[in-house]
Design a protein around this ligand. Structure first.
Ligand SMILES: Cc1cc2nc3c(=O)[nH]c(=O)nc-3n(C[C@H](O)[C@H](O)[C@H](O)COP(=O)(O)OP(=O)(O)OC[C@H]3O[C@@H](n4cnc5c(N)ncnc54)[C@H](O)[C@@H]3O)c2cc1C
Length: 555
């Protein structure tokens, strides 16, 4: 049995198999670092205090074999139906089955050309008397699309969505002759709004990441983004553990930090999904009514009817629903139609339909507790609720926030005109903390203390001396002398967009007397708002030990 450090399950290509498995001779074959095993399915997990053993099944020469793989850590990144989540017995909390849909992936250059010329866009909600669907344009130039169609099983089944039928539906939706529709995939899926009870289990050895940990409506583009943030949050913590610079408890902060964000993004996506549904509801096509009708047919009187009749009733009701969209009803001369059109205009004018821009949530999400040191005077705010309105991103350097962006020039590159972002100062390829200071005597002393403590903890730390705009033009010998013998530092200078735009420290809502310690994932671990005075070594020791998980702030 081979031993690896981390195991991800993300590449399941074969159908689930319930028969007996044959053990594989590969049990003893070493796994190369970073190797991806295509076609392997995780079927069982065993944990001991020392390691996790995952059994993966795979098919070889017509036989189904299994292979045992040992690792220190296992990450279940296996999607909304996560087998890892089920195997370790983690429950999901939230709303199930908001909507069933069929997803149709197809190509049509004709459609791409038509939309580019007539109605360029990315997302098309199409309601007409024959069909209803949401068309997502993945690439207008190449003509790649995914269509989402509401799905009502068991009265409807997947045969009702064969490639030929889907082609007809696409033509009805688009209302144009398209000669080149090529349907390449048709899949049903169910929309839920749920978050896993726990993100970490088994003595901090097993973690859920991405849709395995949270699944919610694709309204607002948060699904994959939330998953990528999970991975970003987890990567430096695992690396710190494996490099021997942090204890296993650092992994518990993954759940402390990420779960509240997942809960918030779930609520936001549900709210946004409901806002999007306000449009069909105003047109007389309320999806909640359609779902209730479907429930009645499933569980109420319809249940006793033959399945063909149930389907006919459902089709009949939906077709009556869609007739609300006919020009006969939906026109300004018809009192019902004109009132619906007025409500529709109001929804769009007030921006109360689907929102696609979320700057505050995309960039301004903040961890309130975890691998960070809150400000001493921090009053932990009550959990936020989504407002349903666009909120702007306001940069700040509160612990747990993402490091604000500002353009800077690296002074050692002078006279190079290359401008980088403050975010580029965080190392891309190693686990390294970044301490940002102003060129002040006390801050250099703080940096000296930080270097010393970081060396004791064996954790790489870089110091950035951020010079105010227009104060210097070339690399300052001052920093070298002030920071000797430490060498891992960089002098940069602010590049302001205009004369009256904010300085770095005011963008951070701080003064130049302060300092900011940034984690390898670009989130702020700690900051000092005032001049560095007193026993700076002890101060930095508490900071690093808290962030790395050696010391709880309350102990
Ligand atoms: C219609 C639609 C539109 C969307 N639009 C957006 C958007 O605009 N923006 C956005 O951010 N998100 C969007 N999302 C959400 C996004 O697609 C998901 O959040 C994202 O794909 C989740 O990634 P993941 O890696 O966690 O899971 P998945 O992409 O589901 O990957 C899981 C992988 O694990 C494998 N696997 C499953 N079980 C096992 C097993 N037992 N053993 C081994 N491997 C296994 C699977 O084969 C798969 O390869 C959308 C989703 C939908 C349905």
């Amino acid at each position: 049995m081979e031993k690896i450090h981390i195991l991800y399950f993300t590449n399941w290509l074969y159908p689930r198999f319930s028969g007996p498995y044959a053990s594989s001779s590969l049990d003893h074959e070493p796994l190369r670092g970073g190797e991806i095993l295509m076609g392997y399915e995780c079927v069982s997990i065993d944990t001991t205090d020392e390691c996790v053993t995952a059994t993966a099944s795979f098919s070889k020469e017509g036989k189904l074999l299994t292979r045992k793989i040992q690792s220190k850590i296992l990450i279940g990144a296996d999607g909304a139906g996560s087998m890892v989540r089920k195997l370790v017995g983690i429950d999901l909390k939230g709303e199930k089955d908001l909507q069933k849909l069929v997803s149709v992936h197809f190509w049509s250059k004709d459609l791409g050309r038509y939309l580019l010329n007539e109605r360029p866009g990315m997302l098309f909600f199409i309601f007409n008397t024959e069909v209803i669907g949401v068309l997502v344009a993945h690439d207008l130039t190449q003509g790649e699309f995914v269509l989402q169609i509401p799905f009502y099983p068991p009265q409807q089944n997947l045969e009702d969505f064969s490639a030929e039928i889907c082609k007809k539906l696409i033509l009805k939706l688009v209302g144009q002759e398209l000669s080149d529709i090529d349907v390449i995939d048709i899949k049903p899926w169910v929309m839920h709004a749920e978050v896993a009870d726990r993100f970490v289990c088994g003595n901090n050895q097993i973690m859920l990441c991405g849709d395995a940990a949270h699944r919610f409506p694709p309204a607002g583009g948060f699904g994959m983004n939330t998953g990528i943030q999970d991975a970003h949050n987890l990567a430096w913590k695992i690396a710190s553990l494996l490099n021997g610079v942090a204890p296993t408890s650092i992994l518990a902060t993954y759940e402390t930090e990420r779960k509240p964000i997942a809960v918030f993004n779930t609520a936001l996506s549900v709210q946004n999904f409901r806002a999007a549904m306000a449009v069909p509801a105003t047109l007389g096509l309320d999806p909640t009514v359609a779902n209730s009708v479907h429930q009645v047919i499933n569980k109420g009187f319809g249940y006793i009817l033959p399945s063909g009749m149930q389907k006919a009733i459902l089709d009949g009701i939906f077709s009556i629903g869609r007739s609300q969209l006919s020009e006969f009803i939906l026109n300004e001369n018809n009192p019902l139609g004109s009132s619906r059109l007025a409500k529709l205009r109001h929804i769009f004018e007030e921006g109360k339909s689907l929102q696609l821009q979320f700057p505050a949530e995309d960039l301004g999400f903040r961890y309130l507790e975890g691998a960070l040191v809150p400000d001493g005077d921090d009053v932990v705010p009550a959990p936020e609720l989504p407002t349903g309105r666009r909120r702007d991103y306001v940069p700040c350097a509160d612990p747990g926030s993402r490091l604000p962006h500002m353009n800077v020039k690296v002074l050692s590159n002078f006279p190079s005109e290359e401008t980088i972002s403050t975010l580029d100062l965080v190392s891309e390829n190693k686990v390294e903390f970044l301490l940002i200071i102003a060129p002040m005597e006390e801050s250099y002393n703080l940096a000296q203390a930080a270097f010393k403590v970081a060396e004791e903890y064996k954790v790489s730390t870089k110091v950035c001396i951020l010079w105010p705009a227009d104060t210097v033009t070339r690399v300052q010998p001052g920093s070298k002398a002030k920071l000797a013998p430490w060498k891992n530092y960089i002098d940069v200078i602010e590049v302001k967009r205009s004369l009256d735009s904010s300085s770095w420290w005011s963008t951070c809502q701080m003064t130049e007397q302060g300092a900011i310690l940034v984690r390898p994932d670009e989130h702020i671990a700690w900051r000092s708002k005032s001049r560095a005075v007193g026993d700076l070594y002890s101060k930095m020791k508490i900071v690093f030990s808290t962030v790395l998980g050696f010391e709880s702030m309350n102990s």
